[in-house]
Structure formats: C-alpha cells, structure tokens
Design a protein around this ligand. Sequence first.
Ligand code: ADP
Ligand code: MG
Length: 233
Amino acid sequence: MTSFIALRKVTKRYKLGGTMIEVLYEEDLTIEQGEFVALMGPSGSGKTTLLNIIGGLDTVERGSVSVAGGELHTFSNRQLSQWRARHVGLVFQFYHLLQVMSVERNVMLPLLLTGMPSAQCRKRVRDVLEVLGMADYLHRRPEELSGGQQQRIAIARALVTDPALIVCDEPTGDLDRENADMVLGLLAWLNREQGKTIVMATHDPEAAQHTTRVIPVGKARTREASGNHRSAA
Ligand code: ADP
Ligand code: MG
C-alpha cells in the first residue's frame, strides 16, 4: 500500500547566477491521508522547496514524488498543472489575493480552470465562503479586509475545488497571535471535519498543538553543482 504522499531520494536543483545549487533531502518523507502535518525547521532548511514539490508547483531533478495517486516526477508541465488543479489547494504567507478583484472573483479563480458553468461556480463560491463565515464579504475587495480575514479568503480559494490536499507555506507568518490561532484552528477543523490532508510549513511555535504530527526539517544539505546538467540550458 503506497502512502498518500511519498518522496524518495529527492534532489532539487536551483540555478543561481552561473552556478547550480542542489538541495538534497536525505530523509524520505511519507504522509498518510487524513494527517495534518507541520514541517518545522530553520529558515533555509528547505521547507518551501518541499512544499512546492509536494504541491506540484515545482519539479525535481532526482528521486520520486508520489502524491494523491500521481507520480509527479514523470509528469510534463501540462500534466502537472492539470493534476494540481484537481488535487491541491495552496495557501501562502501573504495570501496572494488579487486586490483589484472582489472576494467572489478571487475565490472563483481555481474553478475557472475546471470548466464549471458560471451559475454553478457562483453557488460553489458562496457555499465555501458560508462554511468559512465569510459570505458577507462576497462583494468586498481583499484590501478592505484584515490580514486574518484575507487568509480566510485565501483558504476559501484553496478549498473551492474540493481538493484532497491543502498545502500551506507559513500561513500564520504575517498574522498576530489571535488571527494566527484562528487560522490554525480553521485548518485543524478542515482536517478533522472535512478530512482534508494538510501539509504546512511553519515557524509558529503554537502550530504543533493543532496538528497531528510535526516533522522536523533539518538544515538541507546543499552543494554547488557545475555544468552538464540537463536543466542547465
Ligand atoms: P525554507 O522555506 O525552509 O526557508 P527554502 O526551501 O526556501 O527553505 O530553501 C532551501 C534552500 O534552497 C536554501 O539553501 C535556499 O537558499 C535554496 N533556494 C531556495 N529557492 C531558491 C532559488 N529560487 N534559487 C536558488 N536557491 C534557492
Ligand atoms: Mg520558506
């Protein structure tokens, strides 16, 4: 039985100026469906890199990445974005909401990629915002809302396609304690009551209380790699 998420012998390569930086993960990572996992470790330890790999935002140069039944290391970019649209919701530290659009449009964006008819899209958006207690803000713009409210809107956007997996990168990093606790509580509720598998990178010392497991991420082993790599072009 394979795990919901399984990363084996993964190496990610970044091009930095004229050199290559390789981030090597020496520990394999497995996460089961229904877990709410916090990846914790110092800055530069490779948490964001890991999340981007798990969420299909980025590809690896070596190793295998199995997530929600997809063998991501074998996918083309097009297959990866199709897989992502169906299986993952993404939440970021700075919300990544489009300030010129209404809350409704922001939350609807991922649905537009699915071809859902627009009346159905509007209903789905309203339902999700209602579940998150944000239905009154449908026609507001994100810039009129507090940070905590904006993160709730971003979580609504992550949920709107009903993905099995939610990936969050420092979701409380820009919030005060009260709003951070609200967001952590909301994620824990989504995990418990809606069965979402959640993988979150965080520095927040309170996070462990809300999650089902903490995975420490040690200082990533990085090395400079030079020349003759297939991604070097
Ligand atoms: P964390 O999220 O834990 O702070 P990251 O995944 O952002 O860690 O970074 C892991 C390592 O990869 C660091 O050594 C970082 O410098 C390097 N790295 C991350 N992104 C890039 C990039 N776009 N270009 C070059 N190096 C990068
Ligand atoms: Mg990071």
